[in-house]
Design a protein around this ligand. Sequence first.
Ligand SMILES: [Zn+2]
Ligand SMILES: [Zn+2]
Ligand SMILES: [Zn+2]
Ligand SMILES: [Zn+2]
Ligand SMILES: [Zn+2]
Length: 180
Amino acid sequence: MGLGCIFGKHKWNGCKCGSCQRTRDEGHDWGKDCEKCSCCGMVKPDAHQWRGCKCTGCGKMRDELHEWSKDCEKCSRCGTRRKDAHKWDASRCSTCGKTRAEEDIENLEYADVTLSGMLLVMSMARYGEGEALKPKARELRDMYMAVRDRLAKVGNTEAKAALVKHSLSLECLESLRVKL
Ligand SMILES: [Zn+2]
Ligand SMILES: [Zn+2]
Ligand SMILES: [Zn+2]
Ligand SMILES: [Zn+2]
Ligand SMILES: [Zn+2]
């Protein structure tokens, strides 16, 4: 403890004295979380400024009031996904206007990134700890296959380019001989 602290002259750094660790109720840091000071841990209830699923103050997310208008299955604010929400009218969704091919390409990207990550973890853990990931990996692989089949039939160049770009995980799966 510094001599100053004994006489009440603390070295305040926000809400905390850098010398004796004493705290005060001012200068808190709410930047990372509007409801909890990242410096002293003080809690302030109901302080988030929610705009749908995301707080405009600290960026924290919550799983409610997502923004589905641009894409029925992916929140445009936080990226949360949900399944089977499009209303397909032929190859276009009548709610958000997305086309089946756009949706397929995005799904392919999502599956590729997620499956790659899983394969990495699974191979690092020599499949032992990867056991828990297998059901999800299987689900992604099946989705992958279905999307690939559909995209191959669509035959537009964008879809073909996406197919070439996003076949990494399946190749990886094959080369690692991962049994799912
Ligand atoms: Zn002090
Ligand atoms: Zn504080
Ligand atoms: Zn907040
Ligand atoms: Zn959201
Ligand atoms: Zn939709």
